[in-house]
Design a protein around this ligand. Sequence first.
Ligand code: ADP
Ligand code: 5GP
Length: 201
Amino acid sequence: MKPQGLLIVVSAPSGGGKTTICEQLLRHDRRLGRSVSATTRLRRGREREGREYFFVTPAEFRRRIKQRRFIEWARVHDHYYGTPRQAVERQLAAGRDVVLVIDVQGGLAVKRQYPRAVLIFVMPPSRQVLAARLRGRGTDTQATIRRRLQNARWEMDLAKRYDYQVVNRRLQDAVEQIQAIITAARLRVGIENKTKRRPKT
Ligand code: ADP
Ligand code: 5GP
């Protein structure tokens, strides 16, 4: 049987810890691959083209949408972000599991196209902790933080449609819980197998 990798979506409100958690997942699991999204937002600090994102103009982003080069795309905090189709599908076809660190709109769009995708939402322990972590990260202005905290409300609301929710209180616990979800997903028996006729005995 041809191996087909799993898509694993990890979402969280900004500051929820998804980047930190996924770095750890990728470091400890060689079967996991990542996807580098395209975005219209400007490069920040130490970010490098092709490592964190592919930075493109709005015109180029629109061209790629028309060419159906994204599995999903969404407007998040005033900018556009999209998951490149070809790079992800190549990894899946080679039997690699791919983690997508994308927003909730993107996660739900992925599930519509890939019903086997596993959607994991990382919840902050509280709004206060989320605000403190956003401030502590030191990458955003006060106005940006306020905006991101406002968005966190509807993002957490949409998270009800995800397959799993993991509270990111202690980092190591959250990482281990997500590793357990991934292990279970890899062992899951597909619907396609269940509907096959049993051989006569
Ligand atoms: P996101 O990618 O979801 O926006 P980050 O991974 O950048 O969030 O995390 C936001 C900040 O919170 C970072 O400074 C990170 O080091 C910190 N952080 C993440 N998880 C935890 C945790 N469990 N305990 C304490 N700090 C955390
Ligand atoms: P940031 O600009 O802080 O790196 O990311 C902002 C938000 O965009 C985060 O919630 C991040 O997960 C989301 N994001 C990054 N890439 C993609 C993508 O390809 N698609 C979607 N839908 N969201 C993305």
